[in-house]
Write a protein that binds this ligand. Structure first.
Ligand SMILES: NC(=O)c1ccc[n+]([C@@H]2O[C@H](COP(=O)([O-])OP(=O)(O)OC[C@H]3O[C@@H](n4cnc5c(N)ncnc54)[C@H](O)[C@@H]3O)[C@@H](O)[C@H]2O)c1
Length: 381
């Protein structure tokens, strides 16, 4: 397995600067590359701010924070950014054409030894890797936002990724103090988004048809499905633009994996992007950490069986298709979505038979999306 000393992170935005910071915090030499100096300046300011906070909270010493900061070199010139790099982690915007362009530039300068990794949330790893000079040494490393805090990293081999590169990805993630979950197949949405994104759309169908308020549905999601917040709230927190983009990418790859509700596209086109724009499903004030008030009382007004059934059906699909095993699935949901109880445990308490009946009812609306997965069917017997 190749040794990793130097990492180049391409893109210094939300994800890139965080990945650069945690890599430097764990001893790697890091180059952070963006297309303009001003983006790098802003990224380095954010890293400094975050390291200062860690010093303030006594998590690290001042001298250590200076050393970490000193390990990150911001560089605009791509050729220089790639000198002697062992691993490239690409975190440029989620646009296949842009990524294609970026990899063709990278291929001109990257050294033979450099392994490529992409932080894409939804684009096919196999397809991106085929466009490069090294599909066998290319891997998906899907960090979650914010990378400084989120423990989960989905590790996704493409069709031609060598086993040694999968091991390298897993070891790197562990060396960053994170928990890797292997996503054996390059499927739309990988593991967490394969469950989360369709769930947001399902919540919109529930809102439309069940005659309940958003806070009643969200309260039920929080108190009966054990998510850390409501699903509409989580969508606003993630960003409606992110959800809209992921929906588009997943749906264009496979129509069966998602049943898009028009509400998401409507919110997106009217600029209601969630917390970041002050408006999404909910409206927000100026306060940074404002939370939607949800209560156990309101949770009593709604049975979230439809959402639970869809989440379980998609989770079962991942297991049936050997994308991941049950244990990794639960770990990914706990670390990636903050689920406080095992999904299949919640299913068991509701009763798998009831869940299958719910899906069979829904099947009339969209057969390919709601048909119960064979794994779920076996649990109901
Ligand atoms: N934001 C999230 O919640 C999240 C979570 C997980 C994964 N991702 C994935 O991470 C990737 C980056 O997302 P983001 O939210 O950090 O985007 P972002 O828009 O915040 O940052 C992207 C950065 O890439 C830079 N860039 C553009 N072209 C470049 C090039 N040729 N070379 C180097 N830098 C370039 C931009 O200037 C920008 O600073 C995407 O693939 C996204 O799907 C995002």
């Amino acid at each position: 397995m190749p040794q990793l000393n130097k990492i180049t992170v391409l893109g210094s935005g939300i994800m890139g600067h965080g990945i650069a910071q945690i890599s430097a915090m764990n001893g790697y030499q890091v180059v952070l590359r963006d297309i303009e100096q001003r983006f790098l300046d802003s990224a380095m300011d954010k890293i400094k701010w975050s390291l200062d906070k860690l010093v303030e909270k006594n998590k690290i010493k001042k001298e250590e924070s200076e050393k970490i900061y000193g390990r990150i070199k911001p560089i605009v010139e791509l050729k220089d950014a790639l000198i002697d790099t062992d691993l490239l982690i690409e975190a440029v915007p989620e646009d296949l054409n842009l990524k294609k362009k970026v990899y063709s530039e990278v291929d001109q300068f990257a050294e033979e030894k450099t392994v490529y990794a992409s932080n894409t949330s939804t684009l096919p790893i196999s397809e991106i890797s085929q466009l490069t000079s090294r599909p066998d040494r290319f891997i998906g490393l899907h960090f979650f936002n914010p990378p400084q805090l989120m423990k989960l990293v989905e590790v996704i081999p493409g069709a031609r990724t060598e086993k040694s590169i999968v091991d390298l990805g897993i070891n790197l993630v562990k060396s960053l103090g994170k928990d890797p979950v292997l996503c054996n197949k390059d499927v739309p949405g990988f593991i967490v988004n394969r469950i989360f994104i369709p769930l947001v759309h399902e919540a919109a169908y529930c809102l439309e048809s069940d005659g309940k308020t958003m806070t009643q549905i969200d309260s039920a999601v929080k108190f009966k499905l054990f998510l850390p917040m409501g699903i509409f709230e989580l969508a606003d927190y993630t960003g409606i633009d992110v959800i809209h983009k992921a929906t588009f990418e997943m749906y264009s790859r496979d129509k069966k994996v998602i049943y898009p509700h028009p509400m998401i596209a409507q919110l997106f086109s009217s600029g209601k992007l969630g917390k970041k724009s002050g408006d999404g499903f909910y409206s927000y004030g100026d306060k940074n950490y404002e939370r939607v008030p949800l209560s156990e009382e309101e949770a009593k007004q709604y049975d979230p069986i439809r959402m639970l059934s869809v989440a379980l059906n998609n989770a079962s699909w991942l297991i049936t298709n050997n994308v991941c095993n049950n244990e990794d699935l639960e770990l990914a949901l706990r670390l990636g979505m903050g689920l406080k109880k095992e999904l299949f445990e919640i299913g068991k308490e509701y009763g798998f038979e009831k869940i299958i009946n719910t899906l069979n009812q829904l099947k009339k609306g969209n057969e390919s999306f709601y048909t119960p997965d064979p794994y779920l069917v076996t649990l109901s017997k």
